[in-house]
Design a binder for this molecule. Sequence first.
Ligand code: SF4
Length: 431
Amino acid sequence: MNEIELENYVRSILPKLGINKLRELTRLVYEICKREKVALEEVLTASKNLQFEAAKTQLLRRRYPVNFDSAAKNRFYLPKLELSQAVSANLTPRPFYPKTVYIETSVLNSPLAARARKFFPHAQFKETDGKTHVGSSDFSKRTETLLIHREKYDFLKPCPCSCGSAGCGYNLVNLGFGCRFECEYCFLQQYQNLHAILLPANLEDFLTQIEQGSFRKGPFVRPRIGSGEFTDSLVFDDLTQYSRQIVPFFQRHPELDFEFKTKSVNIEGVLQAGGCENVVVSWSVNADKITREVEHFTPDLTSRLAAACEVARAGYRLGFHFDPVVIYEGYQADYAHTVEQMADTLPKDKIAWISVGTLRFSRELKKQIETRFQQNFILDGEFLLDFDGKMRYGERQRLEAYRFLIPLLRKTFPKAIVYLCMEDPKIAKQF
Ligand code: SF4
């Protein structure tokens, strides 16, 4: 079913609609059919004297049963449906093996470039001045191109959080751009405009900037610096070997905490680096259903927890991120099961922090998810435009999720700091 068929159907019921009204009803009919797995005819039927306003109200009520009565009507986002242009994500499992490796002239002889030659002997290697455009026009083909470059400007910054959200005082170091996992909710699919994997070869310049930097620390004991914003911190670590430089650096800087944030089990470098109390290796964790059906190519929860136990034994502290929490029928039992698995497996006194955040996304990302993952179920939730222009579950559903998960985590892991990520300050202050 594409938008042309849907529009034609809506037009057959309400023939005089203008373009905007047609767009809104088409979207609502589409989302209801997808969410309820029913045919068009079961969603909108011809009836005598049916007008646009009545049809829209009836459809909104059905699409947003939890929020329809309480949410302001301008919080329902009904953009044009554009499925026929869709380029689906490539979900065929494959190893990370770029076809082309570009190396900037100034880092041609770097250890990272040498390792890339060894790792990918059949790739085509090209020298670049850093100004030529590289990468594919298709985000799904980003792993076909690797760019090893010298970072010149973007070393360190405070986490931008989300406009108006309650921040946690995090600091970011951008060690790489792009990821080989394929999480359906990943913001990179909308944000990344250079469709390649970028890895800087000059880690030492980042470390110098950290040495000279001043940092905020939010409610934490020490300032926290992390590398997992535009990539997974460890997914390429066997190639980059960043951890082997980062850990000794932070052993010399006990006044700072460094966080590797990952879904991978690529921990060899971290283990070899020998452990460090102020380095936290953290995993995103989720309900098993989300890991299996939404976080494509990522290791399952059991493997992530086994890796966490290994790094804890090696002398690191652990972090966990329940992010994004996805609300669906029965989600609480599934998340409780994840907490139970963690409690059964992990050394509790090694857990430094646990963050929690419900699924949120920009308007643009919604359309990307919708077209790249047409069978997704994560968008079937009731998302409303929120205080910062992003889309979130309504307040009632978010509060329900937090009132369930946060006390459970605090009770299970009493020594860990449990905090909310990117939330409305009005909600955050309740926890
Ligand atoms: S692991 Fe993180 S960066 Fe990688 S695809 Fe998933 S959400 Fe994106």
